[in-house]
Design a protein around this ligand. Structure first.
Ligand code: C2E
Ligand code: CA
Ligand code: CA
Ligand code: CA
Length: 409
């Protein structure tokens, strides 16, 4: 591939130019800036390993920003035609790698299609691409400054009502915008690959929390965990005390499992934490299984060899569902909240949930229902013998300190 050199301060392309290449920075750094209200604003400083100008690979398009070398910089230039040719000859593994690494590009392409269909000239696309770049930069700062934190939502035994574990959910304590939810940042973090580092943080943080929670609930002199109030009312029968140690459910992005080396990192973190890996449940989604079943099977097998449990998240919302259930080693099925939210008023979704729970039982899997907000949903789930549940009815996700208090109360 052709290399190009730029001196410090030299322009690589300018906003408004017709774009025909993307660039991969081999050495040096590049400022991406855009004109906003008559002022030039630097959106991002990119460094070796970063890709920019990739919109040009989709379509000859005018550049939405200006790129200037900050120091002596060497880039590899890629044209759309080259990418096409390379992809045709590539082996499947290489194609997969490219697909992941050009995640941002792929997404842009999808977005572009949607835009074209709606007859829009692509302006929002440029806006979003810029916003993404800015967000990526902010996430980088947030990782460095430890602005992310984990919240914990209790998971409850539907028979009995005691807390059996927690799901760890990430939050971003943004210095200006306050507490942000994953909807605001996870998607971009997945595209940029930052989710891998964030995932390590989530794991370490929630393993530490789990140790603290377990100490509280089983330590010397600890009283048996009391059921949360909503459950106490709905559960008139005697409540079995749970003796199993609490577990922690941790969301894992497919991107984290893409490299087998990262799986060892995850395994090592769990081993080093001193937590019994049996009490660690990794939540994966169907898309991981669909995108590359062969790789997924190997990844899940490795995780299980470390002793960890696997839960299939958002069950019923993807495309794969049934066929994948016995093909992959999984311990737990999480019933998506879309089913739970309608089961109280729609007999059909009640029957779907009943069938899912029955199927899971047949296959020796446990079931967790998510998004329980109403008493009639809880009652229905108890009726069909779903094992566990979580939802605002019992408790919202809570900070570490709040969750600790929940266990003590
Ligand atoms: P999810 O894994 O399906 O998590 C469940 C979501 O439902 C959480 O949203 C939770 O706060 C919310 N929820 C819990 N109970 C109720 C309820 O009764 N009603 C309603 N309406 N919602 C309820 P949250 O925390 O905003 O997380 C959204 C998604 O972000 C998660 O969906 C998960 O896919 C992703 N995510 C969160 N934390 C992480 C993380 O550490 N790593 C990765 N890779 N993804 C994460
Ligand atoms: Ca989850
Ligand atoms: Ca879920
Ligand atoms: Ca979800």
């Amino acid at each position: 591939l052709p290399r190009e050199q730029f001196a410090a301060g030299e322009q690589i392309f300018a906003q408004g130019d017709l774009g025909d290449k993307a660039y991969f920075i081999d050495r040096g750094s590049v400022d991406i800036s855009a004109e906003q209200g008559g002022r030039r604003v630097v959106i991002a400083r990119l460094k070796a390993g970063d890709l920019f100008g990739e919109l040009a690979l989709i379509n000859q398009q005018t550049r939405s920003a200006t790129a200037v070398a900050v120091e002596p910089t060497e880039v590899v230039a890629i044209t759309a035609a080259q990418l096409d040719r390379a992809l045709k000859g590539a082996n499947p593994l290489l194609r997969k790698l490219l697909q992941v690494n050009l995640g941002r590009f792929q997404w842009t392409q999808q977005f572009m299609l949607q835009n074209t269909e709606s007859g829009d000239a692509g302006q929002p696309l440029e806006k979003r691409a810029k916003r993404d770049l800015a967000l990526e930069k902010e996430i980088e700062t947030a990782i460095g400054e430890r602005q992310f934190e984990m919240h914990y939502q209790p998971i409850i035994a539907l028979r009995g009502g005691n807390t059996v574990g927690f799901e760890a959910l990430m939050r971003w304590r943004h210095p200006r915008r306050g507490l942000l939810y994953p909807a605001e940042f996870i998607e971009v973090a997945e595209r940029t690959g930052q989710i891998v580092e964030m995932g390590r943080f989530a794991l370490e943080e929630s393993l530490n929390a789990l140790k603290a929670f377990q100490m509280l609930s089983s330590g010397a002199g600890a009283s048996p965990r009391p059921p949360l109030t909503a459950l106490a009312e709905a559960a008139p029968e005697p409540r079995p005390r749970s003796r199993d140690p609490l577990f922690m459910s941790i969301n894992v992005s497919g991107r984290q499992l893409f490299e087998l080396q990262e799986i060892d990192t995850i395994g090592d973190l769990v081993m080093a934490s001193g937590v019994d890996p049996k009490q660690v449940k990794l939540e994966i989604t169907e898309s991981l299984l669909v995108d590359d079943p062969g790789h997924a099977a190997a990844a899940l097998q490795m995780l299980r060899e470390y002793g960890m449990k696997i839960a299939l998240d958002d069950f019923g919302t993807g495309y794969s569902s049934l066929s994948y259930l016995h093909q992959f080693p999984m311990d737990t099925l999480k019933i998506d909240q879309t089913f739970v939210s309608t089961m109280g008023r729609d007999p059909k979704s009640y029957r779907i949930v009943r069938a899912i729970v029955g199927l899971a039982q047949e296959l020796g899997m446990e079931t967790i229902a998510e998004g329980i907000e109403r008493n009639n949903q809880l009652a229905g789930l108890r009726e069909i013998e779903c094992d566990y549940g979580q939802g605002y009815l019992m408790s919202r996700p809570a900070s570490f300190r709040e969750a600790r208090k929940l266990l003590q109360s």
